[in-house]
Write a protein that binds this ligand. Structure first.
Ligand SMILES: [Zn+2]
Length: 147
């Protein structure tokens, strides 16, 4: 389960509308919740990234590794961790693609996908990357709660 603050949720959906018809992408910062529920996390902030995929920006995304390092460092200074990533699917359902799975490497993190139809954000879904290595990794549907 992923809890997202109202403002972070609005921002990540808005980002997809702004970059339409291209994919947007960014990082989710917050913390992993201790205790009962495995994989539960809270998103406090989103960090926008530029999509470095120039060959196919309408259906691929890539976060610049230098952006990622900077975002991770700035997050730590505020006591926040990277708990997930988001991107948009212009005119496609909010479901992960085989490419999304192949490109996902952060186990335990959430991958949030927003469908943007004709420039308007519609459905937002979250998937948690589970498994222990590249061979057995998979996406599991995750409940999203906007708080
Ligand atoms: Zn995707």
């Amino acid at each position: 389960m992923i809890r997202i603050s109202q403002s972070a949720y609005a921002l990540l959906r808005q980002h997809g509308e702004e970059t339409y018809p291209h994919e947007c992408c960014g990082v989710l910062l917050g913390h992993f919740d201790d205790g009962s529920e495995a994989g539960s996390k809270t998103v406090l902030r989103v960090a926008r990234c530029g999509n470095t995929r120039e060959d196919s920006p309408h259906n691929r995304y890539n976060i610049d590794p230098r952006d990622l390092i900077r975002i991770q460092r700035e997050g730590r200074e505020r006591g926040e961790e990277i708990v997930g990533f988001y991107h948009s699917h212009p005119d496609h359902p909010a479901q992960w693609s085989p490419t999304d799975l192949a490109d996902a490497h952060w186990f335990g993190c959430s991958y949030v996908i927003t469908s943007v139809e004709k420039g308007k954000a519609t459905i937002t879904n979250s998937f948690e990357l589970t498994g222990s290595d590249e061979d057995d990794k998979k996406f599991v549907d995750e409940k999203t709660e906007v708080v």
